[in-house]
Design a binder for this molecule. Sequence first.
Ligand code: ADE
Length: 228
Amino acid sequence: MRIDILTVLPEMIEGFFDCSIMARAKKKGLAEIVIHNIRDYTTDKHHRTDDYPFGGCAGMVMKIEPIDNLITKLKSERHYDEVIFTTPDGEQWNQKMANTMSMCENLIILCGHFKGIDYRIREHLITKEVSIGDYVLTGGELAAAVMADSLVRIIPGVISDEQSALSDSFQDNLLAPPVYTRPAEYKGWRVPDVLLSGHEAKIRDWEFQQSLERTKRLRPDLLEGDGI
Ligand code: ADE
């Protein structure tokens, strides 16, 4: 899978993709993350990526031209399944969307900024608008990193124990059960006896009951309706 991230602040997220699982996915050739600086696609001599809004409102608006130049160039090189725009008024990102999109070949994620982008970009170039939650960030870079992380980690082969991605919270509409490691007792705080019993069936049943109990208590909405 290839993800092209379009931003005016590449330095904000470059380091993130050079770490841990993202770096491993890149190294194994399972994910290619390409970060583009929108400023490199301006044609005016001041390399402006934003301008004053028509109508005299406050704030600046991202210009069409450099974004269109960049998206047009990318699309001439390969087919993209989606051109995503990160925005607080988009569809809310969740595990179901991550599962579906992780099967895509090529994605573009355009990071929004400041007051917004010229609406014609959204009308003519964007195929999907995504929010990572009901709060406003200063820009879409963190949203793009969150989305790319949740997509890449579920590509088969990225996490060595694939089972661990499948047993994440939110897969199967259930939160994950608690996990423990050695020592079995610390300051008198004990690991549940069943996990030390060696009885596989009892352990799986305990994990399921814990998942169910935690979901009912913490996220009852996941058990209602369609969920994830
Ligand atoms: N840009 C600003 N806030 C955002 C949010 N909550 N989700 C996605 N992009 C954003």
